[in-house]
Design a binder for this molecule. Structure first.
Ligand SMILES: C[S@@+](CC[C@H](N)C(=O)[O-])C[C@H]1O[C@@H](n2cnc3c(N)ncnc32)[C@H](O)[C@@H]1O
Length: 269
């Protein structure tokens, strides 16, 4: 099938391809065979997006990290709601395979959701919402009666800061309790990634750099930052990356290029 996605939507193909490459490696980190099958079905020049076998484990390690946080949340809340904002072509709902008490929503632009519908099967308690994460409409489609995990993996950096803060405010206003988990880029990372994106897609797409993870709870007192983990500290990363990370740890701008954040809201989190 032919896939044509524009702007930030096209980056869903970068992470999908990274996970597909990882699935073909021994050992694989994420074992995302659905991503590999999806890539085989998609007619797209994956060679142009700069994702290589050397970089693929970084993509897989990030998804593995958020899979872990999703599993932890669902272990604490058998009856729960999960929303993945900017889900792209990610197959987390199949990787995590939640129990019958969990409702799961994947949200992305309508064009991306249309591609997902062609690629992946339907499943019980699983719904796609074709809507910008920054528009209020998706919230009304998600019931607010259970502890809620909202994932924003590879999303916040694409938003204007004001849009991002507004999104987090809408989440904490709508859902009585839960967790927001997402990753952020600092200024150096935004500059570096934008240089690559401009080369590949003709435009820098990232708009929000976060230097201090506490920025999010300062802007929204309903949020409590419980975890801020450097992406470079992930034990799943290849040895060479981990050695480089150890050597550069004293340099804060490098250590904190990418952060995985977890923030609780409401009485139980
Ligand atoms: C780098 S991809 C990440 C996809 C997926 N989360 C993953 O980790 O594989 C970024 C995704 O964010 C989506 N995105 C960017 N801005 C968005 C917005 N305002 N609303 C919904 N999705 C958005 C893009 O369409 C794209 O699918």
């Amino acid at each position: 099938m032919k896939v044509r996605l524009a702007g930030s939507m096209e980056t869903a193909l970068i992470t999908l391809y990274g996970k597909a490459l990882d699935a073909g490696m021994t050992p694989s980190l994420l074992h995302d065979t659905m991503a590999a099958q999806a890539v085989e079905r998609i007619d797209y020049d994956f060679g142009r997006i700069g994702m290589t076998p050397r970089l693929a484990p970084n993509v897989a390690a990030r998804s593995l990290h958020f899979d872990g946080w999703a599993r932890e949340f669902l272990a604490r809340h058998e009856q729960a709601t999960v929303v993945h904002l900017g889900a792209g072509l990610d197959t987390r709902v199949w990787r995590v395979d939640p129990g019958p008490g969990v409702r799961w929503y994947d949200v992305d632009y309508p064009e991306v959701v249309a591609v997902r519908r062609q690629l992946y099967p339907e499943r019980e308690n699983y719904q796609l919402i074709g809507c910008s994460a920054t528009a209020p409409e998706w919230l009304a489609q998600v019931p607010a009666d259970r502890p809620t995990l909202v994932l924003g993996e590879g999303l916040l950096m694409y938003l204007e800061p004001a849009q991002g803060h507004e999104l987090l405010r809408r989440i904490t206003d709508r859902f009585p309790s839960g967790v927001f988990a997402g990753d952020t880029h600092n200024r150096l990372a935004v500059r570096m990634v934008n240089r690559n994106l401009a080369r590949t897609f003709g435009a820098p797409l990232l708009r929000w750099a976060i230097e201090d993870p506490h920025e999010l709870e300062r802007a929204n007192p309903a949020l409590r930052l419980t975890d801020a983990v450097s992406a470079l500290s992930s034990p799943s990363l290849p040895r060479a990356t981990r050695i480089l990370a150890t050597l550069t740890r004293p340099v804060r701008a490098v250590r904190d290029l990418g952060m995985y954040l977890r923030l609780e809201f409401g009485p139980q989190g």
